[in-house]
Write a protein that binds this ligand. Sequence first.
Ligand SMILES: Cc1ncc(COP(=O)(O)O)c(C=O)c1O
Length: 349
Amino acid sequence: MRVDELETPVPVVDIDRLEANISRLQSYLDEHGIANRPHIKTHKIPAIAQMQMDAGAIGITCQKVSEAEVMADAGFNDIFIPYNIVGESKLARLMALAKRVTVSVTADSAYVIRGLSDAAQRAGLTLTVLIECDTGAHRCGVQSPQEAAELARLIEELPNLNFGGLMTYPTSEYTDSFVRETRTLLADDGLQIERVSGGGTPAMWQVHVHHEITEHRAGIYVYGDRLTLRAGSVTLDTCAFKVHTTVVSRPTPERGILDAGSKSLSSDLHGLDGYGYICEYPEAKIYALSEEHGHVDFSACERKPEIGERLTIIPNHCCTVTSMFDEVVGMRGNEVEVIWQVTARGTVR
Ligand SMILES: Cc1ncc(COP(=O)(O)O)c(C=O)c1O
């Protein structure tokens, strides 16, 4: 079947580009001796995670326990969950997972660390815990090397835990000094920082300048999107993921309406102007979304589309888009080669 015969809106991956993206980042990280631990929350598809492993990844990253459960069921056996896991039943699920596959997690508070230790004791296993450090993103993470060192000592003191190193997201200009200071603080305790896990696609080609980083977690790099285009880490020629849509209305000479709205493109803006890049009409602006309609201003375009014309859109943020579809189409040339189930879709717990 040809891709232009598919009903729209439909997310489509160019497999040649996908393969090239996977191999390009792997080669770069190999060249610099940095382990690759891709974040699979971008695609949530075991077959693509397998392509990443086959290319040389040391394991995968999942954001939630339920996402990791799906990947463990699919046969992946080294999974990092860089997340604070809170609550009895989630901790019990984490321990059940850790009995089946190698799992490491993060924590940024004594509360989370104590919960992990109690659950690991009950389960009779030892869990590897890394400290999440805030090196500029102002999301989770300890705020200082002193706090990181204190929590590392707590992990070592408490039963059934193993101090696994430091984690940050995204890797930033502050990462190396943060790690070095923490290392100095822990030297007297005999605690080594062997693993430093950094992440992010926007700055992925600069990872090698951060000499403290031992492994990298990129997610978006497999697909590319408008956020990473803005950052300059992907290009229009390497973007592998597009939402194919159809113009369903031209109510005015300037306005066009697409069959893809917020339920297909997601409402993520992240400071971008408009809700996606229309490849065939780069000057057009998707200025608003209703659930099933994309509102486009074509006034800046010399040529304007007809009703029925198919358009391809690079969304602002591919991760939120894939998590809204049951299936993603893989194409080679203009032919449908595979239809992947987004197996880990909806795994937010
Ligand atoms: C903890 C963590 N690591 C890695 C990544 C991957 O970064 P990116 O989406 O820029 O590829 C993310 C993305 O949100 C993340 O939250």
